[in-house]
Design a protein around this ligand. Structure first.
Ligand SMILES: [Zn+2]
Length: 92
């Protein structure tokens, strides 16, 4: 039986996902998803996959968050706006 992490890697290989859509799809709670996703990225990279993280970004001013920020940030540190694109992760 596939582990949750293997399932997550398979889902990411099928197309880009945000942390919250993964949480919904795989039934993780929002508190755990960032950790689980980070581990899945690490195991996928260790297995030789190319993992692409498109970082979270502010819709208003274009500020780009750190790649390590996998869940949706609350506010933009640059313009204080709260309309943000969540980071997208995919495995190629
Ligand atoms: Zn902004």
């Amino acid at each position: 039986m596939a582990t949750a992490r293997q399932t997550m890697i398979a889902v990411l290989a099928a197309g880009p996902r945000t942390a919250s859509s993964l949480a919904r799809e795989l039934g993780f709670d929002r508190g755990r998803i960032e950790d689980e996703l980070r581990h899945a990225i690490r195991s996928a990279r260790a297995a030789g996959h190319t993992v692409v993280v498109e970082p979270a970004r502010c819709k208003a001013c274009g500020f780009t968050f750190d790649e390590a920020r996998l869940t949706k940030p609350g506010k933009c540190p640059s313009c204080r706006g709260s309309r943000l694109f969540e980071a997208l992760v995919r495995i190629e």
